[in-house]
Ligand binder design. Structure first.
Ligand code: VGL
Ligand code: ZN
Length: 200
């Protein structure tokens, strides 16, 4: 797919929405599946949240919301330590994340036998965005190489113009370079990589 070069400031407009991906205790330092430097996404995300709030634009927050014996957990033969068990502290959003009361929370991978990295998989996110007339998505959060990558790929397939907030994502990097490769893959698929200072 063709690369989109972005020049000039990006003006937020009706039809834009912010998607904050999985900023939950278990993905932050000290958590069960801590993303290195994962806490560094919170401050930039709070700035993006403030910008979307100022303009009355919708904000979505996805969360990993697993049952206690989820198929992605090592005990069940999956690749990960137990994490983001629904209703546990580890599954809660960080208290530092300034989500507005109007936020729409999207819970995913909430059945034992199904994993989902993308916030679109097995959820009503696409329908909810459609109801609000959303055409452009601004996506940041954790982790670059899993849930952000898969969510952005789905968003592009579903026809959303998709901006990836490079200053508000961090990678697990199970293999060194996974995060960098994920950024390249998203750009290759048509995502526009932006930073806060590129917003008008
Ligand atoms: C995630 C690994 C397992 C993520 C979720 O949110 O990126 N990564 N479950
Ligand atoms: Zn998970």
């Amino acid at each position: 797919m063709e690369k989109k070069e972005k020049s000039g400031p990006i003006v937020l407009q009706q039809g834009d929405a912010l998607v904050v991906v999985d900023v939950q205790h278990d993905f932050l330092p000290g958590g069960a599946l801590a993303v290195p430097h994962g806490d560094e996404v919170i401050e930039p995300l709070n700035r993006y949240i403030a910008r979307f709030e100022e303009r009355g634009l919708p904000i979505f927050a996805t969360r990993d919301w697993h049952p206690a014996r989820h198929c992605s957990f090592a005990e069940q033969g999956g690749p990960w330590p137990p994490h983001c068990v629904k209703d546990s502290w580890g599954a809660e959003f960080s208290a530092w994340l300034q989500l507005p009361s109007s936020v729409t929370i999207i819970s995913k991978a909430d059945r034992e036998e199904q994993d989902a990295y993308s916030g679109f998989e097995g959820t009503d996110l696409h329908r909810r965005l459609g109801e609000l007339g959303v055409k452009r998505l601004f996506v940041g959060g954790l982790a670059t190489d899993y849930c952000v990558l898969n969510g952005v790929q789905d968003a592009l397939r579903l026809g959303y113009t998709t901006f990836l907030l490079v200053d508000a994502v961090r990678a697990v990097d199970v293999n060194p370079g996974d995060g960098v490769r994920a950024l390249a893959a998203m750009e290759e698929a048509g995502a526009v990589l932006i930073r806060l200072e590129m917003l008008a």
